[in-house]
Ligand binder design. Structure first.
Ligand code: ATP
Ligand code: MG
Length: 312
């Protein structure tokens, strides 16, 4: 009988925490899109953990956040790899909450978050990857894209009029355009992987029913009303088209080096746990280590130590 996923967390050593993280995140990882079906992922899934495990899950997230902070410290010091977390979802699926909670323990100095909105006229004057390239994380950093280049195969696909506003030469807009975009995304993500930017993609999979409930909560809550936009409700009308576009995106771009995690999102605490776990596993699998101090540096340190000791 495997141990309860959230049992005895405070007594686990680092390797054991990473092992638990694997058990929480791997069921949702897609490395080969062939045959992927969105309907096989239940937005309500919690791997058997219950809502009344919430206290335990919060404690688990706290352990996760601490572990992530440790890993980020080494990532930053080593200054070789970069980690890019791409977060995609329907409105109210919990993107903002994931960013806020999962990253709550990391050093802001090594973390770069960017939200991609409707492209500006300057952005539309360039190829669609242009604005994303400028925001890629530096080596040693964790970058988070709240929406990303995937919008080009999601909102743009669901609303062909957006494609018409992209100023593309007419002869380049054919029926093959979505396949071409997936090809370009695959090639770009492989390029990033080969340059040391590790890409992990998250689709927060919320149900239409739960989205409705969250919208109604937002409208009723004076502190969260600002998040509500009438347009979001109108987008619900295109739900099935969005789901098809998401499914096709995962099918076409899930790879070993840039996998998707399709994360159940009807329970916010569970979504956060899975994203934190996947991030920890990703960093733990890199060859992270603090930089070695060479002989010259060692001598400098010894000199400095002696000087400081004398002053005292
Ligand atoms: P979010 O909805 O992500 O929480 P927000 O509500 O603060 O963010 P919005 O003004 O809704 O911000 O901006 C996001 C909007 O921009 C979404 O509707 C998204 O579909 C749209 N968008 C993002 N990228 C593109 C793109 N490349 N082309 C067209 N629309 C895009
Ligand atoms: Mg919005």
């Amino acid at each position: 009988m495997p141990k309860h996923l959230l049992a005895d967390l405070d007594r686990l050593d680092f390797d054991e925490v990473v092992d638990r993280c694997r058990r929480v995140s791997e069921p949702f990882r897609v490395t080969d899109g062939k045959g992927f079906r969105l309907r096989d992922v239940d937005p309500d899934d919690t791997l058997g953990l219950r809502d009344d495990d919430k206290e335990r899950s919060e404690a688990a997230l706290a352990v996760g956040v601490r572990t992530l902070a440790r890993l980020q410290d080494v990532l930053y010091a080593q200054d070789r790899w970069a980690l890019l977390l791409v977060v995609q979802a329907m409105d109210a699926a919990g993107k903002d909450g994931v960013v806020k909670h999962v990253m709550s323990g990391v050093n802001p100095q090594g973390c770069q978050v960017h939200s991609f909105k409707v492209p500006s006229s300057e952005e539309l004057d360039h190829d669609w990857m242009w604005r994303c390239v400028q925001r890629l994380p530096n080596r040693g950093n964790i970058g988070i894209f709240n929406r990303s280049w995937y919008e080009e195969t999601l909102v743009v696909r669901v609303h062909p009029e957006i494609l018409a506003s992209q100023k593309l030469p007419k002869s380049l807009v054919t029926d093959a355009i979505w396949d071409e975009r997936f090809q370009d995304i695959r090639a770009f993500e492989r390029y990033l992987a080969r340059n040391g930017t590790v890409v992990r993609k998250f689709m927060l999979h919320v149900s239409k029913k739960e989205q409705r409930r969250r919208f109604l909560d937002r409208i009723a809550d004076p502190d969260r009303r600002w998040k509500f936009a009438l347009g979001d409700v109108k987008e619900r009308g295109h739900w099935d088209a969005y789901m098809e576009a998401y499914e096709d995106a995962v099918r076409s771009t899930a790879t070993e080096h840039a996998p998707w995690y399709v994360v159940p999102a009807d329970h916010k605490w569970f979504t956060r746990l899975v994203v934190a776990a996947a991030t920890i596993v990703t960093l733990a699998d890199l060859d992270l280590a603090y930089p070695e101090v060479d002989a010259v540096k060692k001598r400098d340190l010894e000199t400095a130590r002696r000087l400081l000791a004398k002053k005292a």
